[in-house]
Design a protein around this ligand. Structure first.
Ligand code: 5GP
Length: 209
């Protein structure tokens, strides 16, 4: 007789999502975090809060000195300078969640994703699933940036320049989604998330040693 495990436990997945600014990544992440069982990881940043943003909720807003002392203490899983400000993911939070079987969704730039991919820690390597959201075209990206109306002409030009530098990194990611409507993008993301959660390598029968 074979033993069929009636309970399977699994380790958590680190979903890393990157996309040029304006692709709709923040809205996508927000919807997924609300609906698909994710643990929240709050990044640290040296940028100043925007109206309506809350410290400890949207980001932990810290001074450059504070950020640098955290870098020196090895507190970040990755960190990067994005549009002139520093952003970093707290390492201990991520490790605790994946060990407990909780998934995290990190919205980070291509440099941060590269740093996580380069880590040698086996636990992190096997937990990592990186996804790139590609704008359908540069024209459409510019149209979406203008439509959201939060950036000046100068900022739009900077974001378009950054997009030109970020897009060539897409082939380093495990998955690439060409952005369509938000509903379509969400469906594709949910398919990836579901499949990754069922990978045998993440599962363990609860009565196993
Ligand atoms: P915003 O300032 O508009 O909230 O974010 C700007 C960019 O910073 C986004 O594209 C986002 O992906 C990136 N970002 C946010 N948090 C982190 C982080 O912890 N690490 C890295 N590398 N990038 C981040």
């Amino acid at each position: 007789m074979v033993d069929i495990p009636n309970t399977l436990q699994r380790t958590g997945v680190i979903f890393v999502l990157s996309a040029p600014s304006g692709t709709g990544k923040s809205t996508l992440c927000h919807s997924l975090r609300q609906s698909s069982d994710f643990s929240f990881i709050v990044s640290h940043t040296t940028r100043t809060p925007r109206p309506g943003e809350e410290d400890g909720v949207d980001y932990c807003f810290v001074s450059r000195e504070e950020f640098e002392s955290r870098i020196a203490a090895g507190a970040f899983l990755e960190y990067a300078n994005v549009h002139g400000n520093l952003y970093g993911t707290p390492k201990s939070d991520v490790l605790q969640h994946i060990a407990a079987g909780n998934d995290v969704m990190l919205d980070i730039d291509v440099e941060g994703a590269r740093q996580i991919r380069a880590l040698e820690d086996q636990e992190i390597r096997s937990a990592l699933v990186d996804i790139f959201i590609m704008p359908p075209s540069l024209e459409e990206l510019e149209r979406r940036l203008r439509k959201r109306g939060t950036e000046s002409e100068e900022q739009i030009a900077t974001r378009m320049q950054s997009a030109g530098k970020e897009i060539p990194f897409w082939h380093h990611y495990k998955y690439t989604i060409i952005s369509e409507s938000m509903e379509e993008d969400l469906l594709k993301m949910r398919s990836i998330i579901r499949a990754e959660r069922y990978q045998t390598c993440r599962l363990r029968a609860s009565n196993e040693e």
